[in-house]
Design a protein around this ligand. Sequence first.
Ligand code: FE
Length: 250
Amino acid sequence: MKKAHTIYEQGSHRWVMIARDPTKKGYLIDTNEYLISSDDDNLLTDPGGSEIFPAVFSALATITDPMKINRLFASHQDPDIISSLALWLDCTPQLRCYISRLWSTFVPHFGGDDHSLVPVPDQGMTLPLGSREVHLIPAHYLHSSGNLHLYDPDARILFTGDVGAAMLPEGEDALYVTNFDQHIRYAEGFHRRWMGSAEAKHDWCERAAKLSIDMLCPQHGAIYQGADVMRFINWFAELPVGLSTFRGAR
Ligand code: FE
């Protein structure tokens, strides 16, 4: 079963990471889900695939009532990100899911409709969350053509979907990066292969470097915190990506 880990808490404003399922089948890529709450507003980022829905739901139930989750955020359209949408809607039909406008007519092929799916414009948007607000910011072509990240300026947390993702070997299950140089080896092949545009990458690195970020939270792997946040942005800025570089990478 996955476990719930509180990574930020200030009054009713909190972030909880749902992660690390030792019973997960080996053929499924491991994923992190994050619950962001403020007052009675509860948003779940990249809620995951239908296969892991029961594990995410029961981990959430240890800390809150999962039926009170009223918003989902999908960084992009992949099955490990949002194929659980129909199951979440069965629990909470009034739920809204924020996703790039590019995917809002594709994703309903596995759940949702024009009420539940809120198309986010290319330039992103600000989303009120309880007494706070979060920003859905563009990360297009990293890796999906319509790709968004979520920035919480009060918690100083940037949720980055597949950017920063690492394919950790069995046994490496720390929630936070402790040794950057060692950790980044598990991220390199993935970023070389999946991040197809050097131009998009440079644009994102410039914008991310200007944000105040205490924690950079990817959908796979461990959280970068403190100095490791800038270390990651600088590493990514230098990394060759795209068609000519992927041979030999995963
Ligand atoms: Fe993806």
